[in-house]
Design a protein around this ligand. Structure first.
Ligand SMILES: [Fe+2]
Ligand SMILES: [Fe+2]
Length: 155
């Protein structure tokens, strides 16, 4: 399980961006994926936790949807010039996650889920936070957005 540990550590090392509400969401998501990783490992070893895995995947999907729409809202609030690039990445990742979760529900392919949770998603998350989220938060701060504020519909 060396590879698993390595990936989780990498997720731990993602940097903070300039806005609190974004960091809070990222932190929550990392915790969720860590918990998912434990459930996946448990399923792989003992072939149990099937229902818990489905529930946790759905919960994670829901959290991700809220995460992305909140950031999309922020970008509209601040007239972020790269809105389409950043929100486009959100859309494609959400679609990918929905496909993965549906595939799990349909055929219980644990290898697919495992690969996504331990490799694909952490790599994507790390690079997305380091690029799109970082730039968006910095842009917001430079243009007078309060670091402790939240997008309009969240108030
Ligand atoms: Fe984000
Ligand atoms: Fe984002």
């Amino acid at each position: 399980m060396t590879m698993t540990t390595k990936t989780i550590l990498m997720v731990d090392s993602i940097p903070e961006v300039a806005l609190d509400f974004m960091n809070k969401t990222h932190f929550e998501e990392i915790e969720m994926v860590k918990a998912l990783g434990n459930i996946v490992s448990e399923y792989q070893q003992n072939n149990n936790q099937e229902k818990q895995l489905t529930i946790s995947l759905e919960h994670w999907l829901k959290h991700t949807k809220a995460h992305f729409s909140r950031e999309n809202l922020l970008m509209m609030d601040i007239n972020f010039p790269m809105y389409s690039v950043h929100s486009g990445e959100h859309s494609s990742v959400l679609e990918e996650m929905e496909n993965i979760v549906n595939a799990w529900k349909n055929n219980h392919d644990i290898a697919l889920i495992s690969d996504y949770i331990f490799t694909t998603w952490p790599n994507w998350f790390n690079s997305h936070v380091n690029s799109m989220d970082m730039i968006t938060a910095q842009f917001a701060l430079i243009h007078g957005y309060d670091a402790t504020s939240v997008p309009d519909s969240e108030k």
